[in-house]
Design a protein around this ligand. Structure first.
Ligand code: ATP
Ligand code: MG
Ligand code: MG
Length: 550
């Protein structure tokens, strides 16, 4: 069956299956282990694994690990954890391009024997200079017509470690005058001594390039549709050249789609690495980053990320997606699933003077206003409690519906109270409110008068201290670094506000890292891994509505 959510790639695949070109499809997700995955990678993961779920087929997880000096085991592990967390399972289809180094070497020998590759003595700078430009054709390397036997000998000695870094490369022998610069005798192998590859150790000092490795790895794995981002469109002729000219078992097809660009953030691994290494953020899982690990710590769920990826769709048109789209996906998910709790971010004490000094009672409150199946919790009520400083105004602005001197407000899930007295310190700061409650207003409207405002509160005796981390956009501008300045100059200095002395209701005392809640009227929050018993720590995932910039 053709799945409901269609796109141009799904159409190509449906046709390939209908015409019998393929009986099953095979895709792959091919990260380079040189950083953590980000939301852009999620687009590719949802696409590739999603195709294998919806059509008869498979999806491989393949590490594209041909650049050993930037790659490491930590990244390999984190990537696997993140793909799994997103809900995808590659089963036993875990591959490393480095698994193919020996086969790739053999294919290179085959190209040399066919007169399609040669060992070049030019340096990297010279190669660039000889390559020409869009308007100037390239010039042949002096090594281009080297005899096959000499090429074979030199290539073997390159592998044996006889030549220093940068002195020789293996290049494809294609066309130095091609209008496509990628076909002007591209480098297939370079020499790299002294690096320890996370998979192959010190076995190799000769490393294949991405453009050579990728198509051949696809072909070796029997990939039918090799999906990549649009910047590789110009590389497709080289991709096809590689597959056509060596004895690989299959002929994969490369199809390009537009990469995800998201406002107010950066996604290139070079930039993310700088933010982490220079300490602009606390690590790859900083909740302000668009990394999967950061989004997870921020309180995003796999379901919300997948929904977002489905909604943005797959096209060939480059665009910049609004952050609001990502935020509405998580807000919808959490609105339906997050238990409601009360939290007071800026506490000010309220003493209810007509409540018995030694009295207390257990009130019950539903965990979700619409989902009775989510049950309820108890909230102890007593003579002393805390409300948010911002829910009281001595000199209220117009339309203020919360507590004012002499006015009434409903305490959420509890009684209506009236503010009778405002106690201030020497500097004029409000330190305490004295109030009275109306015992007849528990779950009932007060007789003969309307009380419009509802505010949160926590009981003074049993509230749990908490740190609350309020996050804003990491950058101040939609496209960081797009102007004259460095992207780091566009960082938002207020992207994290730490509220150190918040109080939350006692039902949260045992909340565990990763659990998400709605703090009524404040937003959605998740327990951070920095949480400790008696000192909780929450991250704000997203506000209740899209109020940013308003
Ligand atoms: P960078 O250029 O930042 O290093 P990359 O594309 O090289 O990123 P890879 O690890 O090679 O990162 O990417 C693995 C796969 O994810 C590739 O198929 C790539 O096309 C895809 N991908 C990476 N970034 C995005 C993005 N922003 N949108 C969609 N797909 C992406
Ligand atoms: Mg890269
Ligand atoms: Mg890449």
């Amino acid at each position: 069956a053709v799945p409901a959510r269609t796109n141009f790639i799904r159409q190509i695949i449906a046709e390939d299956l209908a015409t019998g070109r393929h009986a099953r499809i095979a895709t792959r997700f091919p990260p380079e282990p040189n950083g953590y995955l980000h939301i852009g990678h999620a687009k590719s993961i949802v696409l590739n694994f999603g195709l294998a779920e919806d059509f008869p087929g498979t999806c491989n997880l393949r590490f594209d690990d041909t650049n050993p000096h930037k790659e490491n085991r930590e990244f390999v592990d984190a990537i696997q954890q993140d793909v799994r967390w997103l809900g995808y399972d590659w089963g036993d289809r875990l591959y490393f391009a480095s698994d193919y180094f020996e086969q790739l070497y053999g294919f290179a020998v085959e190209l040399i024997e066919k007169g399609l590759a040669y060992v070049c003595d030019l340096t990297a700078d010279q190669i660039r200079e000889y390559r020409g430009t869009l308007t100037v054709p390239g010039r042949d390397s002096p090594s281009r017509d080297r005899p096959v036997a000499e090429n074979l000998d030199l290539f073997r000695r390159m592998r044996a470690g006889e030549f220093p870094d940068g002195t020789r490369t293996l290049r494809a022998r294609i066309d130095m005058a091609s209008p496509n610069i990628n076909l002007r005798d591209p480098v297939l192998y370079r020499i790299r001594h002294g690096v320890i590859h996370h998979q192959t150790g010190r076995e190799w000092c000769l490393y294949p390039t991405y453009d050579y490795t990728h198509p051949l790895s696809d072909a070796l794995e029997g990939i039918t549709h090799s999906l990549c981002t649009l910047e590789f469109e110009d590389h497709r002729p080289l991709y096809d050249w590689c597959v056509a000219n060596v004895s690989v078992p299959s002929r994969p097809r490369q199809i390009e789609f537009s990469r995800l660009n998201l406002e107010y953030t950066v996604m290139s691994k070079r930039r993310l690495t700088l933010l982490v290494d220079e300490g602009h953020v606390a690590g790859w899982d900083d909740p302000r980053l668009p990394t999967i690990a950061g989004l997870r710590r921020r309180g995003y769920t796999p379901a919300a990320i997948r929904t977002f990826c489905e909604r943005i769709g797959v096209t060939r048109a480059d665009n910049l997606v609004e952050m609001a789209m990502l935020e509405s996906a998580i807000r919808e998910d959490l609105d339906a699933t997050a238990p409601r709790r009360m939290a007071v971010l800026r506490p000010v004490k309220v003493v209810i003077e007509n409540y018995p000094a030694d009295g207390s009672e257990m009130l019950t409150a539903p965990n979700h206003p619409k989902e009775a199946s989510m049950g309820q919790r108890t909230v102890p009520f007593g003579r002393e409690l805390y409300i948010d400083r911002e829910d009281f105004a001595e000199d209220p602005p117009k339309g203020f519906k919360r507590l004012v001197p002499g006015g009434e407000v409903r305490l959420r899930q509890a009684y209506v109270i009236r503010c009778d007295q405002v106690i201030k310190d020497a500097s004029g700061q409000v330190v305490e409110l004295h109030a009275s409650y109306d015992p007849a207003t528990l779950g009932a409207n007060p007789a003969g008068r309307k009380v419009k405002g509802v505010i949160q509160w926590v009981p003074a005796a049993t509230a749990v201290p908490a740190e609350v981390r309020l996050y804003d956009r990491l950058f101040r501008v939609p496209e960081p670094g797009s102007g004259e300045t460095d992207f780091r100059d566009d960082l938002n200095p207020a992207s994290l506000v730490r509220v150190l002395d918040a109080l939350v209701e006692p039902a949260l005392a045992d909340a565990q890292p990763g659990q998400g809640f709605q703090f009524e009227r404040e937003g959605y929050f998740v327990v951070d891994q920095d949480s400790r018993a008696g000192r909780l720590c929450f991250n704000r995932t997203v506000g209740l509505r899209d109020s940013w910039g308003k």
